[in-house]
Design a protein around this ligand. Structure first.
Ligand SMILES: O=C(O)c1ccc[n+]([C@@H]2O[C@H](COP(=O)([O-])O)[C@@H](O)[C@H]2O)c1
Ligand SMILES: Cc1cc2nc[nH]c2cc1C
Length: 348
C-alpha cells in the first residue's frame, strides 16, 4: 500500500465566510471582542463548516486503543492489562468518555487496534487488530511498514465514517498504557528536544519514575536517531492508536471536517499530522491544556490556544468532550444574539 494519500490536499476553509462571521460578531449587542475566544471559535467554525450558522450538535468521538511494547520497560504506573479492560469499559458505558459522550448525545466509536489483554468481540467496539502490541522501541521499530500503514488507514476510516454520518465535529481520543512514553518519544524526535522537556507523570509516576522514563526515552531516541522524517519517527516511536489519530486528523481535514484535539497524546498526533501535511493545521481546534508536563510545549509548537485548563490528564478524548458545551454556546451566541440595529441599542 502507498502512503501518498497522506499528502493529498485538504479542504479549504472559506475565508469570505470567516470575514462575514467576523463582521457579524461586530454587529452583535456587546462591546467588540468582549466574548473573547467564544467569538474566535464561532468564526473559525463558520469558516470550516462553510456556513454563516456554525453548529456542533452532531459530534463524533473515536477512541483508538492500542498496547505498547515499551510498557516492558516499567514506564507506567499501571499494568498493561488495563488497556484491554478499559476497551470493555468504554463499550459497556462506565468510562469517563462513555458518560461524556452520552451527556453530549455524541456518537462514540471505540476502535481496538491491538491489546495484549484482548477483550474479543464486544458490541460497540470496532475490531481493527494489527497485533497484540507494538514492539518495544528500545529494541526495534515500534511498527513494521505494513502495521504503520494499516494503523493510519484505520484512523482515516473513522474520520471518513464521521463525515459520511453528517458529523459537524470530529474528536479523537486514545487509550494505551505507556502511550505517554511513546508520545513523548515522537514529540522529542519531531521537535528535536530532549526527552526531559516532553516526559511527564502519565498515569501517576513519581519523580523517580519520571527519571527512569527519561532514561528509557534517551535510549529509544539514540536507537532511532536514523529516523529523520516525521513519518519514520512516528513509525519507529509511535503506537497503533497514535498513528490512527494521525490518519484520522489528516482524513478529517481532507474531507472538510473540523477536529477538536484532546490532550498530550492526541496533540503529539496533531503535530505529526501537521508536519506530514501542513494544510491540516487550520482544521484543528484545541480543547484543553493537559496537566501532562510536555503538553504546554506541544501547544506552543503548534501555536495553539486551548479552550480550557482544568488540570485534566485522563486522555480518552475526555478533555475535548468537556469543551464541546462551550463550542455549542459559542455557536448559539453567534447565531442567536440580536444586532445593535435589531435591538435598538446605541453604538455611540
Ligand atoms: O491526554 C493526556 O493528556 C493524558 C495524560 C496522561 C495520561 N493519559 C492517559 O494515560 C494512559 C497513558 O499513561 P501512561 O502513564 O501509561 O503512559 C493513556 O491511556 C492515556 O489516555 C492521557
Ligand atoms: C484506569 C485508567 C483509565 C484510563 N483512561 C485513559 N487512560 C487510562 C489509564 C488508566 C489507568
Amino acid at each position: 500500500m502507498s502512503l501518498d494519500w497522506l499528502s493529498a490536499p485538504c479542504a479549504q476553509p472559506d475565508t469570505a465566510l470567516a470575514e462575514a462571521a467576523r463582521a457579524h460578531q461586530l454587529q452583535l449587542t456587546k462591546p467588540p471582542g468582549s466574548l473573547g475566544m467564544l467569538e474566535a471559535l464561532a468564526i473559525q467554525l463558520a469558516s470550516l463548516q462553510h456556513t454563516p450558522r456554525p453548529a456542533v450538535e452532531r459530534v463524533w468521538i473515536s477512541v483508538f486503543a492500542g498496547d505498547h511494547g515499551v510498557a516492558d520497560e516499567g514506564v507506567s504506573a499501571f499494568p498493561q492489562v488495563v488497556t484491554g479492560e478499559m476497551v470493555r469499559n468504554f463499550a459497556t458505558g462506565g468510562a469517563a468518555i462513555s458518560v461524556l459522550a452520552r451527556s453530549l448525545a455524541a456518537t462514540l466509536d471505540v476502535v481496538n487496534l491491538g491489546t495484549v489483554n484482548d477483550p474479543g468481540e464486544i458490541p460497540g467496539v470496532r475490531r481493527a487488530i494489527i497485533a497484540p502490541s507494538t514492539a518495544n522501541f528500545c529494541l526495534a521499530p515500534a511498527m513494521t511498514v505494513a502495521q504503520f500503514d494499516a494503523a493510519l488507514s484505520v484512523g482515516a476510516e473513522s474520520a471518513r465514517s464521521a463525515k459520511a454520518a453528517g458529523a459537524q465535529l470530529f474528536i479523537g481520543g486514545e487509550m494505551g498504557i505507556a502511550n505517554t512514553t511513546s508520545a513523548a518519544a515522537v514529540a522529542s524526535a519531531l521537535l528535536d528536544e530532549p526527552p526531559s522537556v516532553l516526559a511527564g507523570a502519565g498515569t501517576g509516576l513519581n519523580a523517580e519514575g519520571i527519571r527512569h522514563k527519561v532514561s528509557v526515552l534517551e535510549r529509544a531516541l539514540a536507537q532511532h536517531a536514523g529516523a529523520t522524517t516525521a513519518l519514520e519517527q512516528l513509525r519507529c516511536l509511535g503506537g497503533f492508536e497514535i498513528a490512527a489519530l494521525v490518519g484520522a486528523y489528516i482524513a478529517a481535514a481532507q474531507t472538510g471536517l473540523p477536529v477538536l484535539v484532546d490532550g498530550f497524546i492526541t496533540t503529539t498526533a496533531a503535530l505529526a499530522a501537521v508536519m506530514i501535511n501542513p494544510d491540516v493545521r487550520p482544521w484543528l481546534l484545541f480543547a484543553h491544556r493537559s496537566k501532562e508536563h510536555g503538553h504546554a510545549r506541544l501547544l506552543q509548537a503548534l501555536n495553539a490556544e486551548p479552550v480550557l485548563d482544568l488540570g485534566l490528564r485522563l486522555g480518552e478524548a475526555s478533555g475535548a468532550a468537556t469543551a464541546v458545551p462551550l463550542l455549542r454556546l459559542a455557536c448559539a451566541l453567534h447565531n442567536g444574539m440580536a444586532t445593535f440595529e435589531q435591538a435598538g441599542v446605541s453604538t455611540s
